[in-house]
Each structure stands twice: as C-alpha cells, then as structure tokens.
Design a protein around this ligand. Sequence first.
Ligand code: NAP
Ligand code: GLV
Length: 313
Amino acid sequence: MTGRPRIVFCAPGARAEPWLRGLGDALPSATIEAWTEHGGHEPADYAIVWTPPDTFYAAQPQLKAIFNLGAGVDGLLRSSALPAHVPLIRLEDAGMAPLMAEYVVQAAVRYAREFDLMEADRRAGKWVARRPTERAEYPVGVMGAGALGTPVAQALVANDFPVSSWSRSPKRIDGVRCFGGSDELDAFLGATRILVCLLPLTPETENILDRRLFDRLMPKAYLINVARGRHLVDADLLAAIAGERIVGATLDVFREEPLPATHPFWAEPRVTITPHCSALTQRKATLSQIVEKIARLERGEVVTGVVDRGRGY
Ligand code: NAP
Ligand code: GLV
C-alpha cells in the first residue's frame, strides 16, 4: 500500500480492540480510529461499520468507501443518513459460507432423519420405532444462489439431498436444478419440501415467506430461514404449522432481535429458534477481505461486493 489511509471503525456492541489491532497489523501505514459518540474525529477515507448510529456519518464527509461487517446491508440502507454517493461494500462469504452450509445441512438432516420427531418422543418419554427414510423424500430448495446460497446448495448436494436453487438471474451449479426469476418461482416451490431462505432483504423480498408461498410447496414442508426476519410473515407460518402445511421450521433470524419473550414462536415446539448465529462474522477472513479491497481502491482498481443500491443488495 502506497498511501496512508485513515480508517474509522464503528460497530456499537462489538469489542473494537481486536479489530483495531488486526487492522493495525495488516495496514501499518494507516491511521486507525474507533468511533465514539463524543466526536472529535478526523474525517476518514474508509469506514468499517456494523449498525452505526445515524450520527456517525455526519462527522465523515470525505469517505471513499463504507465496508459493512456483514453480508446483508438492509440495515444500513434503511438509514436516511447513509451518504448517497459513497460506495457501500458488503462481505462476500469471508469465511461465513462453511458455517452457513454446516447450519443448513444440520437442520435439513435433522428433518430428513426425523431427529426432530425423536426429540419430541424423548420429551414425552415415548419409545417409537421408526421407518427408514430416504433423501429423495426431502428435496431442498434454496432461495438465493449468491455468495452463501451457492455453497449451501453444494453442501446439500454433497449430503445426497435433491437440491434446487432460485435466484433473480439464471445460474449453473453442478448437481443443482437452477430456477431463475419470478416466472420460475412456482416450479421451484413445487419441487421443494425443505425451503431454505438465503435471499437479501429488499423491497422485492420482504414478506416473501407468506401463506401464498407456503401453499405452493410440497406437502408437509419445512422452512429454514437464515436470511432476515422480515422475509417471513410470522402469523402465516404459525397458521401453516397449525394446519400441518409446514411441519417444522428452523429460524435463525427474527423481525425483532432478541426475539421477545412473549412471541408465540417460543410456545410452538415445531419452531426451532437460534439467536442469529448461523454464520457469524469471522474476524480474520473479514479483515483480510477488507484490507485487500482497501489496497485495491488505493491503487485505483475496481473491487467486487459493491452494493447496487437500486436492487438493494
Ligand atoms: P448475495 O451474494 O448477494 O446473494 C443473493 C442471492 O439472492 C443472489 O443469488 C440473488 O440473485 C438472489 N436474489 C436477490 N433478490 C432476488 C429476487 N428478488 N428474486 C430472486 N432472487 C433474488 O448474498 P449472500 O452473501 O449470499 O447473503 C444472503 C443473505 O444472507 C444476506 O443478505 C443476509 O441477509 C443473510 N445472512 C444471514 C446471516 C446469519 O447469520 N443469519 C449471515 C450472513 C448473511 P442474483 O444472483 O441473480 O443476483
Ligand atoms: C449477518 O446477518 C450478515 O448479514 O452477515
């Protein structure tokens, strides 16, 4: 790196110190500062953020790029304070893909091997002999075939599931039946028993997991939502479970996080709840991706992962 870039880090709730140390080690010529609400900051060239307050941007008039410490940028795009003309760069896998694949495969295998039913029998103190199951009975459909959806689909194939994917544009993924665009959504859903949501949250995808969509899945379907809580219409899932249209759901993300103690999901045993942990940001891989991109930008080169604000991802 030839220049001496100024970097500001703002991730309220995260421990800044290991991030600052990692950045300092990788970019010894850079000036690196943690944002505080008391101000007094020099304007920076690059911001590295996760859920910054709106007031963060006011003191940063000359940013060349904003790096998000996550894959999803829906939270950042909701802020009217986000500068309109500064490139917003998201994480591309950055070590999250194997974690996401592991999470989704374990949830799919749990349903396909009926471990969820055995857990319920165990709670009821019942010994129930079980029939052998076959993967062919549990075709999986992955909504979103991007940096995370593609490796998730590949991991499901490696675990012998029949797998389809659905994305905005057409794709080719070995061993996966790929569907693209709204015209092919019906065919994708009709071939899916275990539905995995790995879409970004955008105006087009908000509330996509609703009653109309559940009705188009194969009978006795399952839902695995690892994307965002606002993809899902909570009341429609509860109704679909009550009517046995959906027979199990694994949810890692919620409209309100932490999930409020009074939310009906807590009382529904067929809903498995995890605390937004399916693919936590990996510091080492994240730092190396961001540092590499800062170096490219400093050399005037193009970088990948720049959010298309018109599309919302
Ligand atoms: P990505 O690389 O941008 O991939 C998004 C995929 O969704 C692409 O295949 C895209 O299609 C497709 N898509 C977008 N809008 C669509 C639409 N309207 N109709 C059909 N397909 C559409 O994103 P990613 O890195 O895989 O991450 C996906 C999401 O996972 C993130 O946005 C975030 O919300 C969530 N996430 C959750 C966790 C967690 O811990 N729970 C961790 C990381 C990420 P094209 O390929 O045609 O553009
Ligand atoms: C986590 O939810 C992310 O978007 O990376």
